[in-house]
Design a protein around this ligand. Structure first.
Ligand code: IMP
Length: 481
């Protein structure tokens, strides 16, 4: 169907006016979705934002699609139309038969045939997508594609405004709690808040997950529980999905009638969808759940003394695996001696060595620091075996000023290894006094005192499964150990 450019022009006029209004993100995006679908004489439209790690697409505006279609499950960005991530438009003639469609059965049930998706770009990089849905099988003209690309540009500006607003709100909140906003965010931008929550406890839960850098999606999937005459008569939508843990979470208060009703639905859900991992949680339960998956100690919302989490357990594990792959590839079939300095390196060493696919041996040293500023280093425990003629990889938890590493590298070189390289999990480059070559670096971190995953403050915090920043003011004297 050919439309005059005048009708696209009036639709764009309405859309840009909404984008420049005082509406919130959702209302603006719903309005844009409706006007885009109508201008293209289509049946539905959806505006999606990529989550910070670019793994999932999250709905921020919709028109003409049923709840079941919208909540058909998390949309994996790499599987669901990967061309969008590459910044390209995607056309699907028949959604019920195309491999690229993640839930074709739901498309069939909804009577969706053709889909046109275009990326929402910021400085050339995809940050979301706008999709148009048609019931009949149809083509999309050049004019329609151009129109949708212009709408996507408007969406990009709308997202940017919402992020700015959310970060201003965040700063205001931090000031209200007399906390300075963190200079380095653990979650990379854009941090578009995908949800307006139905209940304050859901927002609390989301905050707690954010604190621990645990990825979450709000109500991404509805499960049909009962059918009558071929139609769905009862559905259940758990509050959250935590992709890293592959678990759905439904929050509940302690009111007995609510718990009984929710338990009934969960039983049904488990019977019908045995592959789905779902939990009913009260507020105190969710701390226990986080503890079970290695986040924070039992029974406490946040770890006392820790200001914020820089890297979650899952983020560390992913990075350690990447480092191990790179090391394994670089050394090929060589035998390798890993050397660590006790005690901070213990978690990193244990994880790293398990992911190396070459023969390794391990040895440890211990050092102490003395002198007024603690910058003179002395070895208190030396290696058990000779490293002469061997390939050595020095494994460090953190390189700060570089004094310790410099001293140890000098000591090791004197024993004539065949090669000597350095792998450090953390690089606090801002405080470096000596320029040392670091061959493998996990994360570059800001100039703040960090604890957890082996790193301590006065002997404590080593057992935390994440890396967190100590509360400002707590570190009196940053003595190296
Ligand atoms: P250097 O300043 O590079 O010699 O670092 C000395 C040692 O200080 C490191 O091996 C760590 O044990 C410790 N260190 C430095 N920064 C931190 C930190 O942020 N948290 C915990 N320990 C640290």
């Amino acid at each position: 169907m050919v439309r005059s450019s005048g009708s696209y022009y009036s639709a764009l006029k309405r859309i840009t006016r909404a984008a420049n209004s005082a509406y919130g993100l959702r209302k603006t995006c719903n309005f844009i979705a409706k006007n885009s679908a109508r201008a293209m004489k289509a049946n539905g439209c959806r505006i999606l934002s990529l989550n910070p790690r670019r793994e999932y697409l999250i709905s921020v505006g919709t028109y003409g699609l049923s709840d079941l279609y919208l909540k058909k499950g998390p949309l994996d960005a790499r599987r669901s139309l990967p061309d969008i991530l590459e910044g390209k438009a995607v056309y699907i003639a028949d959604a019920t038969r195309d491999d690229r469609v993640q839930h074709p059965e739901v498309a069939l049930e909804q009577g969706i045939s053709s889909i046109l998706g275009v990326p929402i770009l910021r400085m050339g990089e995809a940050i979301g997508e706008i999709r148009i849905y048609a019931r009949e099988r149809r083509q999309f003209s050049e004019a329609e594609r151009n129109f949708l690309f212009s709408v996507a540009d408007v969406c990009s500006v709308v997202f940017e405004r919402a992020e700015l607003q959310q970060s201003l709100d965040g700063d205001r909140e931090a000031r209200a709690r007399q906390r300075r906003p963190s200079p380095v965010s653990a979650v990379p931008v854009p941090t578009l808040r995908p949800a307006t929550f139905a209940h304050p406890s859901e927002e609390d839960f989301a905050r707690l997950l954010d604190f621990y850098c645990i990825e979450w999606l709000y109500e991404p999937r509805s499960f049909a529980l009962r059918w009558e005459g071929g139609k769905i008569a009862e559905m259940f939508t758990p509050d959250f999905y935590l992709p890293e843990l592959d678990i759905y979470v439904e929050l509940t208060t302690l009111k007995q009638n609510l718990i009984t009703e929710k338990n009934r639905k969960l039983r049904q859900l488990r019977e019908l969808y045995p592959e789905v991992n779902v939990r009913l949680l009260t507020k105190s339960d969710f701390h226990k759940l986080l503890a079970k998956y290695g986040y924070g100690p039992l029974g406490e919302a946040k770890v006392e003394g820790v200001d914020r989490v820089l890297y979650s357990h899952a983020q560390i594990q992913r990075r350690v695996r990447t480092l191990a792959r790179r090391i394994s590839r670089d050394y090929g079939d060589e035998r390798l001696v890993l050397i660590g300095v006790l005690k901070g390196v213990l978690c990193f060493m244990a994880d790293l060595m398990q992911h190396l696919s070459l023969p390794v041996t391990v040895d440890f040293m211990a050092v102490s620091h003395y002198g007024g500023d603690g910058q003179v280093v002395r070895i208190t425990r030396d290696l058990d075996s000779s490293i002469a003629g061997k390939h050595v990889l020095m494994v460090e938890d953190i390189v700060d000023t570089g004094m310790t590493l410099n001293y140890i590298l000098g000591h090791l070189s004197a024993h004539n290894p065949a090669s000597l390289r350095v792998c450090t999990l953390l690089d606090k480059r801002a405080r470096r006094l000596l320029d040392l070559p670091l061959d493998y670096v996990g994360f570059e971190i800001p100039d703040e005192f960090v604890v957890g995953y082996g790193l301590d403050y006065k002997g404590e915090y080593r057992n935390l499964p994440f890396i967190g920043v100590l509360k400002p003011g707590l570190v009196k004297n940053e003595e190296p150990r």
